[in-house]
Write a protein that binds this ligand. Sequence first.
Ligand code: GTB
Length: 217
Amino acid sequence: MTATITAFERSPDRGQGLARDMRVRWALEEAGQPYDVRLVSFRAMKQPAHLALHPFGQIPTYEEGDLTLFESGAIVLHIAERHAGLLPDEAKARARAIAWMFAALNTVEPPIVEHEMASYFERNQSWYATRLPMLEDRVRTRLDELSRRLGDAEWLDGAFSAADLLMVTVLRRLEGSGLLEAYPSLSAYVARGKARPAYGRAFAAQLAVFTGQPLAG
Ligand code: GTB
């Protein structure tokens, strides 16, 4: 059964693939699963029809038959549990990969989002210049720890998994800030993720929404 996901009709990132539908698209591409996309406006996201799918009026959502999911991490886990290629088969390795999925979303993403939100919404506030070094330090703490653990490894724990998929999308939110670029091993890790053919297909699909161009092929 082909799943339907929701995505921004007009993403504020202008097709950079930073909105969280990108994770779901990438997971579906890795799993080789076709999907439909329903584009929603900011207004429609807050209307009852969408709120019935997503209690917080956000994207992405995922509909598959009579199953509706929200939360990008839960959606990626659902896809990974049902299709080969995104989680190890061996039970302990699988549990560790899921732990890394939570780490990406619960431990690494929050300080990155906090830093990003401040730069969008607090830039003109009197306290911004005082607060920024603290926000940057919180991000650097996580990047220090993550780069130490990753070391020279290609992926977080053995083969590429849904954990890497989530971690790469989380780290991508720092691109251009100078913070990620200070960690060559993490920059290379993100580049490895972005070089995967499934990532390329997912990125092209979301970019096509912004450019209004149909996908080639
Ligand atoms: N925890 C939820 C999940 O992982 O699914 C968070 C979902 C979420 O934040 N969705 C955002 C949304 O719908 C889009 S992804 N926002 C509208 C609203 O809350 O009213 C966040 C996002 C938005 C835009 C950019 N960007 O332009 O760069 C990047 C990320």
